[in-house]
Ligand binder design. Structure first.
Ligand code: SF4
Length: 228
């Protein structure tokens, strides 16, 4: 049976890279290594996951090796996903129970998860050239969301990639946990430390800090609904 393509699994099929996207040689090399070692893993660009009518887009850095790169769904099956999906559920942004498996039947409501870079990078570190090369896919996904008002950027790389996408000078929009930035077209960007295992283990980020970011996003949405 042919392997699924990212577009087959995506709520935004027109914004997905092909399974064998050749554009980032370093990431292609790692993808081939992973395919040789773990033929039952996803090992391909990871598609968006969530609601195509989302008002909130959560922008991650890139797939984790044992999470999205293994399962094919963002943040699914790794430590970072535990906190992210628990928080989405707490704020009514998901339906069904997260089971660390794309077959768990869980859905997002009003939210979607995208990555700044769609392929697994070595040591979880992307290069600026890879961020730039994958940015058109991110922009296409963003342009495909008619109700989008708000981004939560998980970490500085996602923050910078969004600012560059919208032509916002980085000096005018400094990354800081909980900071709110106005983007062109009335969109809002809220920063968060990434919910990685490292950040949680070092107490840079805890559940309360993460929830504060989502509280801010939901609060801004409620205020804009009142003023409409
Ligand atoms: S990171 Fe993006 S542009 Fe680069 S190879 Fe993967 S899908 Fe293609």
């Amino acid at each position: 049976m042919p392997l699924a393509s990212p577009a087959d699994l995506s709520p935004l099929p027109n914004a997905e890279a092909p399974r064998d996207c050749p554009l980032c040689p370093r990431l292609v090399g790692l993808r081939l290594e992973c395919r040789a070692e773990h033929s039952d893993w996803w090992n391909a660009p990871v598609p968006a996951f969530g609601d195509p009518q989302a008002w909130l887009a959560i922008i991650g850095l890139a797939p984790g090796k044992h999470g999205a790169n293994r399962t094919g769904r963002p943040f699914t099956g790794d430590y970072a996903g535990e906190l992210l999906y628990a928080t989405l559920a707490k704020f009514g942004l998901s339906e069904g129970e997260y089971g660390a498996d794309p077959a768990d039947g869980m859905r997002l409501k009003g939210a979607i998860i995208l990555n700044a870079v769609k392929c697994l990078p070595p040591q979880n570190k992307t290069l600026p050239i890879e961020e730039a090369t994958c940015r058109p896919y991110l922009m296409e996904a963003i342009a495909s969301l008619p109700r989008l008002t708000t981004f939560i950027a998980l970490g500085k790389v996602a923050h910078d990639s969004l600012c560059r996408s919208f032509g916002v000078p980085l000096a005018k929009a400094k990354f800081a946990h909980g900071a709110v930035h106005d983007l062109p077209n009335g969109l809002t960007l809220i920063d968060s430390y990434h919910c990685s295992r490292y950040n949680q283990n070092t107490r840079r980020l805890d559940a309360a800090m993460f929830e504060l970011v989502f509280e801010r996003a939901v609060g801004l949405k409620a205020r804009s609904a009142v003023s409409e």
